[in-house]
Design a protein around this ligand. Structure first.
Ligand code: GYE
Length: 326
């Protein structure tokens, strides 16, 4: 255990160093980043297709905007993110942006950034701190709304079916804003139909392997599963593997609803293995750089910037698949 966490810390530190170096090269190539700003970005990890697209978006947009990016990957561990933020404070970056892996437990480190006069931007996920002066703005999706869209679709889809409909839920990372909110929104929506019942709900940690493992267990211990609601595409894709291995047909014997709409998810949707995907846009880089420049210049920014999103059926997935960026 101890050894493992030590490895993680060393890896995170290496990531910090390596990426700092990489962005220096980018600044040099641009030739004019002397008066540009430096951003410390503490990413959650590399747990999903969404996250990979989000990281690329942030890195590309930083380069384009002439922002020197110091990037770290916390491997889904809060302690690594806190370490990275402390290191950015020490390096006196102009602005810190991060996507908090879980909602709670950030006040101390955010206070340290505030005391050092370094503005903080929350991106993608939020914190539950009651002191909103600890950060300048929160850029990201409305996860409750995403959960509602998923639930509303199911209510409509099962309107013509009589009798109970058993739902199993694959939750995101325990304590993460998108896991908490997507659950809440979905539950609120399906309350409209008393036949819809969540019979099992467990975390798959937003990963494909997590989704597969939990779904295998559900298939063994839960009779008559009608629907899977997965908090992201990756867990849904893992569930598909488990369902097929159990000799059932995903999308037919068991319906699947997910959130994200990344390429692999949209491909499975277009093949009818997933029935509905609620979009969550990972391309936050441009808006983030824009907000960062304003915040560093001392300009006012809105306290909340919500990303615009839609949702897709298999037919719609077929239409848009080729033109999707991620
Ligand atoms: O849905 C999931 C990722 O925070 C919105 O994190 C993000 C979520 C996304 O791991 O795939």
């Amino acid at each position: 255990m101890f050894k493992k966490s030590l490895v993680a810390v060393v890896a995170a530190t290496l990531a910090l160093t390596a990426c700092g170096g990489g962005s220096d090269a980018g600044g040099g190539a641009g030739g004019g980043s002397d008066d540009g700003i430096t951003m410390g970005f503490a990413q959650v990890g590399a747990e999903s297709g969404w996250r990979t697209a989000n990281t690329k978006s942030v890195q590309d947009s930083a380069k384009e905007a002439g922002v020197e990016l110091k990037f770290s990957d916390a491997q889904q561990k809060q302690e690594n993110q806190i370490k990275a933020i402390r290191s950015y404070i020490q390096q006196q970056v102009d602005v810190i942006a991060f996507s908090p892996v879980v909602e709670s437990g950030w006040d101390t480190v955010l206070k340290e950034a505030k005391d050092a006069d370094i503005p903080v931007i929350l991106t993608d996920r939020s914190v539950d701190s009651s002191d909103t002066s600890l950060y300048k703005t929160f850029l990201g999706s409305d996860f409750v709304e995403e959960g509602k869209k998923a639930g509303d679709w199911l209510v409509e889809d099962s309107a013509s079916t009589d009798g109970p409909i058993n739902i199993v839920e694959l939750q995101g990372t325990t304590g993460a804003a998108p896991a908490i909110d997507r659950k809440e929104g979905f539950e609120a929506a399906i309350a409209a139909d008393p036949d819809l019942k969540i019979v099992q709900s467990q975390t798959g940690d937003f990963t494909r392997s997590g989704g597969k493992q939990v779904m295998e267990a559900f298939l063994k211990n839960t009779p008559d599963i009608d629907v899977v609601y997965a908090h992201n595409d990756d867990m849904g894709l893992g569930a598909i593997e488990a369902i097929e291995a159990a000799g059932k047909v995903p999308g037919k014997d068991i319906k699947i609803i997910t959130v994200d709409a990344v390429k692999d998810g949209m491909t499975a949707l277009s093949e009818g293995k997933i029935n509905y995907i609620v979009e969550c846009n990972p391309l936050l880089g441009d808006q983030l750089m824009d907000l960062a420049e304003k915040v560093v210049a001392g300009e006012e920014v809105p306290a909340r910037v919500v990303t615009e999103e839609s949702a897709f059926t298999p037919e719609q997935a077929k239409e848009v698949l080729a033109s999707r960026e991620y």
